[in-house]
Write a protein that binds this ligand. Structure first.
Ligand SMILES: [Zn+2]
Length: 252
């Protein structure tokens, strides 16, 4: 039986049999891994803590003919604060779903792994999770090779300074002459934020503030853009909306 070691984050899990779970792990060297965590639903199982959603560990895994299984794990960061807060949890699930929807199963990608790990640290720290979510969306799309064109008109290549619109289908901004049906008008402010989110680092962006209107525009165009890039409906988007409604009702 071949053994391998890898760092990985738990992206998802589902029950198997009476006491086991199948974990979906995301690793820098092997991309997504599905592996059984045996006996993990029993108390005091040594892999229990490392099998929690979003926890980040070093795993020792046994290769199986059909399915790999986890032999040991050593936690590097449990990200328990994400699991303690419903809003963080909703965003974490959304980030994981978007990652899974946009990445092939065995795709190795160290850059993507480092980016996702950094996002999890920020999800634990940053107050404004909605802004984090917008930055994550645009940067994730760029890393996956689907960066939107936000510097020149995606149709004619000219610079665009006013009467700007964004075409989710064409994947970028359009000038006034090229504006087509289905393109959404955006303000110069929104365009400038899109450019910053694409080119600046998380560190440079984490204190950015946005007014309500810019937030709404960004949310609308990025969600339309993502729907064009990936061909499945994301279940967690509704979950975030439900959590927000709950927070408003309870005055949080
Ligand atoms: Zn144009």
């Amino acid at each position: 039986m071949a053994l391998y070691k890898t760092d990985a984050i738990v992206l998802g899990h589902r029950n198997l049999g009476e006491a086991d779970k199948i974990l979906t792990l995301f690793s820098p060297d092997r991309g997504k891994i599905h592996a059984v965590a045996r006996g993990v639903r029993r108390p005091r199982n040594p892999i229990l803590a490392g099998s929690q959603l979003f926890s980040y560990s070093k795993f020792l895994i046994v290769e199986g003919r059909n399915l790999d299984s986890i032999s040991q794990c050593e936690i590097k960061e449990s990200f328990y604060k994400i699991r303690q807060n419903l809003e963080s949890m909703a965003y974490g699930l959304y980030f994981a779903e978007l990652l899974r929807a946009s990445t092939p199963v065995e795709d190795k990608n160290r850059e993507l792994f480092r980016f996702f790990l950094k996002t999890m640290y920020l999800l634990q720290e940053m107050e404004d999770k909605e802004i984090l979510s917008r930055i994550y969306e645009i940067k994730l799309m760029a890393i996956q090779g689907f960066a939107p064109e936000v510097f020149v008109c995606v149709n004619c290549g000219r610079k665009v300074s006013d009467k700007i619109s964004f075409s989710p289908a064409m994947g970028g901004i359009l000038c006034h002459d090229c504006k087509k049906q289905g393109a959404v008008s955006i303000t110069p402010d929104t365009l400038s934020v899109l450019q910053k989110m694409l080119t600046m680092t998380y560190e440079e962006l984490k204190d950015i503030t946005l007014n309500k209107y810019t937030r709404e525009q960004l949310s609308e165009i990025l969600s339309l853009f993502i729907s064009h890039q990936i061909d499945r409906k994301l279940k967690t988007v509704e979950f975030i909306k439900d959590v927000k409604k709950l927070n408003i009702k309870s005055g949080l």
